[in-house]
Design a binder for this molecule. Structure first.
Ligand code: PMP
Length: 286
């Protein structure tokens, strides 16, 4: 466990890092967050994650009490204080405490929390053999209700789909949008490869615009691949040559079946493996 946690402007021992039961982050899931990786003591794509945090906050009319630059410094300070070399940072900003009721004008003092810790990854055999997925019956939040672009503290939509995945013996689940199109997984973005062409749902599908997704799109294009951000349906995944997921925690991970149907030859494909190697080179200098 982390030994010190940044909360409300200072680093305190982890067991003293507490928030009020009147905090609207707890009462209503009213707040925003980010998950970031640390590789070799460096916080990977910190500026991108901090920018997304401030964008999420803006979308929900939450004013973060410190500047973007102060946030960057606080994250680095917390990582160093915990001696994290390879690990994970969780950044959380809650609406702060208020009276019972939804009115944000009756809350004060948004709380900034930074936890730097180790990370639990998917089991290594899933990276070697590839992941099996099921499609969840729970659809992704309608963008007109709670836009998936906002990384808010209300993750019940994803949790309900994840339960369906774990009930089916899978570690992830595919989520469709309100039009029945492929959106993303509960905590990862999805890509397919067909006839050498890499395709992933566009942000209009109602997804979180993953930072790993964008990094992998850049890596793929640098490697000479064509990448299309487009509409995908389940059938495109069933008939793909390769499929993989991207995410801060997952990095790049092959998917070898969806709903019991084998994708490609049922093993992690060559382009997926190449992109994972390029991602590892970028993050770990391998
Ligand atoms: N989609 C969802 C719903 C997520 O929560 C995440 C982050 N865990 C992702 C996609 C991947 O985004 P990133 O690459 O920025 O971690």
């Amino acid at each position: 466990m982390a030994n010190s946690v940044y909360i409300d402007g200072k680093l305190v021992p982890a067991d003293q890092a507490t928030v009020s039961v009147f905090d609207h982050g707890l009462l209503y899931g009213d707040g925003v967050f980010e998950g970031i990786r640390v590789y070799g003591g460096n916080v990977f794509l910190l500026a991108e994650h901090v920018d997304r945090l401030y964008e999420s906050a803006r979308s929900i009319r939450l004013e973060i009490p410190i500047s973007n630059q102060q946030m960057v410094s606080a994250v680095n300070e917390t990582v160093q204080a915990n001696g994290i070399d390879d690990g994970y940072v969780r950044l959380v900003v809650t609406r702060g405490s208020g009276t019972l009721g939804l009115d944000i004008r009756k809350t004060s003092n948004p709380i900034v929390i930074i936890i730097a810790d180790t990370i639990t990854l998917y089991p290594p055999e899933i990276y070697e053999r590839g992941m099996e997925l099921v499609t969840a019956g729970t659809i992704r939040n309608h963008p007109g209700a709670l836009n998936p672009r906002i990384k808010s503290l209300n993750y019940l939509n994803n949790i309900l789909a994840k339960i369906e995945g774990t009930d089916a013996g899978c570690v992830e689940a595919l989520m469709l949008n309100h039009n029945g199109e492929v959106a993303e997984c509960t905590g990862d973005n999805v890509f397919i490869i067909k006839d050498g062409l890499i395709r992933t749902p566009s942000t209009e599908a109602g997804i979180l615009e993953g930072i790993t997704r964008n990094t992998v799109i850049d890596l793929a294009r640098e490697a000479g691949h064509e990448v299309q951000e487009t509409t995908l349906v389940q059938e495109d995944i069933y008939t793909a040559d390769e499929c993989f997921l991207t995410g801060t925690a997952a990095e790049v991970i092959a998917v070898v079946s969806l709903d019991g149907r084998t994708i490609g030859d049922g093993t992690p494909g060559p382009i997926t493996r190449d992109l994972l190697a390029r991602f590892e080179a970028l993050t770990r200098g391998k």
